[in-house]
Write a protein that binds this ligand. Structure first.
Ligand code: NAD
Length: 314
């Protein structure tokens, strides 16, 4: 199959490409390298299995030119930084909502029918029951990033209903693992590298979320796509449990060997405005279709901490 991966030089995208190439797909990547890293996919580019369009998905012409001859789009490119919306209010609108319009519209023009979309647990907002099933509603996101994911889902389902696309929408838990370039574990390692004697933790540390290892995430995407065939296939992807930020801090301190570090909490129930303090996805649908994770939250955190310490260097 010839696949287009938006954001293919990023953390999750590059792992997805490893899987697509190993199953024999030809892959086109569109990425502006704003948070991606070409090193993650250079081996595939060198082997001729992956070609890179260095373009911006906020630019419709860039998207249209990458779409030619594609059979399936994996739409992963987006601003990954939820916190940014507290300072700049149009980034998620442009990089999320408008960019997703560009993708589905270019698919319509080029006759591409299948799309997988990287959405997020944050679409559920903060008053959802835990664990949150896919049929929970209304979804009332509290971050600008969450709003752009919900808008992306709506655009995609409307292009399904109006123009006959087929879609797989994935609401991810917190995805962690090798090549991670952002997120709580990455931040803690960098803080301890700068000052091994203290670790500042945003909030009171009681924030509690579900974590999924990136290999599990991309395996889950491909398993669900191979085993569900509705016009819109909506799936949560996550693990069976949660971990607190306090526990993550302890694990990172242990794994870095900075055992003398004092863990200091800034206080408050969340890391920043728009952060959701407690989140856990119901994963029954994913399990029913025959997919399960290799790692639960704490194992995934420890595995990621070890891998990122190696990658970042301490
Ligand atoms: P990432 O930042 O590593 O990957 C995003 C990629 O998109 C990068 O390579 C970046 O250069 C590229 N990109 C960004 N804006 C672009 C633009 N305008 N044009 C072209 N390329 C652009 O982030 P990630 O963690 O791999 O996330 C991938 C997707 O999964 C995102 O849509 C993200 O919102 C979603 N997601 C991630 C998580 C998580 O925990 N990592 C959780 C839920 C959803």
């Amino acid at each position: 199959m010839r696949a287009l991966v938006t954001g293919g030089a990023g953390f999750i995208g590059s792992h997805l490409i490893d899987r697509l190439v190993s199953r024999g797909d030809t892959v086109v990547v569109i990425d502006n390298l704003s948070s991606g890293n070409l090193d993650f996919i250079q081996n595939h580019i060198d082997s001729g299995k992956v070609s890179l369009v260095r373009g911006d998905i906020t630019n419709y012409q860039d998207v249209l030119s990458a779409m030619s001859g594609i059979e399936c789009v994996f739409h992963l490119a987006a601003n990954p930084d939820i916190r940014l919306g507290t300072k700049i209010t149009d980034t998620d609108l442009k990089q999320g909502t408008i960019a997703t319009y560009n993708i589905v519209e270019a698919m319509r023009i080029e006759g591409v029918k299948k799309i997988a979309f990287a959405s997020s647990s944050v679409v559920y907002g903060e008053d959802a029951p835990m664990p949150t099933p896919e049929n929970h509603g209304p979804c009332l996101p509290i971050s600008l990033y969450g709003a752009s994911k919900q808008a992306g889902e709506g655009l995609i389902s409307s292009w399904v209903g109006t123009f006959g696309l087929q879609a797989w929408i994935f609401r991810f838990a917190n995805i962690i693992g090798t090549r991670g370039t952002h997120g709580v574990i990455f931040d803690f390692i960098h803080k301890l590298k700068a000052d091994p004697s203290r670790l500042e933790v945003l909030g009171n540390g009681l924030q509690e979320k579900s974590y999924m290892e990136v290999g599990d995430c991309v395996d889950g995407i491909l398993h669900v796509m191979a085993n569900s065939n509705d016009s819109v296939n909506l799936f949560n992807l996550g693990s069976h449990d949660t971990a607190s930020v306090r526990r993550i801090a302890e694990i990172v301190v242990e794994e870095t060997g900075c055992t003398g570090a004092s863990i200091e909490y800034t206080g408050g129930d969340r890391g920043w405005a728009g952060d959701i303090p407690r989140a856990m996805l119901a994963i029954d649908k994913m399990l029913e279709i025959g997919f399960d994770v290799n790692y639960n939250s704490e194992d995934a955190i420890r595995h990621t901490a070890r891998a990122l310490i190696d990658e970042i260097g301490l």
